[in-house]
Design a protein around this ligand. Structure first.
Ligand SMILES: Nc1nc2c(ncn2[C@@H]2O[C@H](COP(=O)(O)OP(=O)(O)OP(=O)(O)O)[C@@H](O)[C@H]2O)c(=O)[nH]1
Ligand SMILES: [Mg+2]
Length: 213
């Protein structure tokens, strides 16, 4: 990883050992390793407590099948930070994938399914790696996240055939659901947007309805 976490799950579970012990290939072993995390919940909680931190960031696998879509993900999310600690989920819209309406809509579907999985926890959607986009492109994508009619217009203009039909059907569902939270453009590479994200998180934590116990 490009950074050193204070607490690393790999100190508890080693993929190669899981492969050997359960005679699994890398994919099966990754899924089992995710489930095995539950066995170390008490250790993880203890280690986190030791830091006495104001903020704790839990970086999970980008493959949703390994965390969000398994029972372990929501279970870990509800177990960590029990008590008066407040939590939020950040879902990353990778800039590489959302420049076209159909890519944006697929990612929006994934974001919505993550929201369903962690239904008691507020979600913030982030446009990550925004340095890869021009300012106009960022404005357009942020606008799609707030105004699904604009997303439908772009879909009509830029997609064709079956993809357009499917995209229109799906975006219509989002139109009926109403807007999701505004996308927050961030770049880890050029170090911007994190202050905005921090502001949004504080706003969520300050509002009563998102206090989770
Ligand atoms: N342009 C740009 N590239 C980035 C940024 N952050 C990460 N990357 C690059 O994107 C690639 C993939 O990294 P991530 O998207 O962070 O994915 P990961 O954390 O390795 O894997 P998962 O979280 O499991 O998906 C790496 O080559 C990173 O260097 C950013 O802010 N801007
Ligand atoms: Mg990652």
């Amino acid at each position: 990883m490009p950074y050193t976490p204070d607490i690393d799950i790999r100190d508890f579970i080693v993929l190669e050992e899981v492969m050997d012990k359960y005679e699994l290939g890398p994919n099966g072993a990754m899924i089992l390793a995710s489930d095995l995390m539950v066995n170390f919940l008490d250790d993880l909680k203890y280690e986190i407590d030791e830091y006495n931190a104001d903020w704790v960031f839990v970086d999970t696998a980008g493959q949703l099948e390994l965390f969000a879509f398994r029972d372990t993900g929501p279970l870990i999310a509800s177990s960590l930070g029990f008590g008066s600690i407040q939590k939020a989920v950040s879902f990353l819209f990778d800039s590489n994938l959302v420049l076209r309406p159909n890519g944006f809509i697929s990612t929006l579907l994934l974001a919505a399914s993550v929201q369903f999985r962690f239904r008691n926890i507020s979600q913030i959607n982030v446009l990550s790696k925004a340095d890869l986009l021009g300012e106009d492109q960022i404005d357009m994508i942020v606008n799609w996240s707030q105004d699904f009619r604009a997303l439908e217009d772009s879909t009509n203009e830029r997609e064709s055939g079956l993809i357009r039909e499917l995209s229109m059907l799906i975006s219509d569902v989002f139109v009926q659901l109403g807007s999701t939270s505004e996308l927050i453009p961030c770049s880890n590479k050029e170090e911007y947007g994190l202050d905005l994200l921090f502001g949004y998180l504080q706003r969520i934590f300050d509002s009563d309805e998102s206090k989770f116990y």
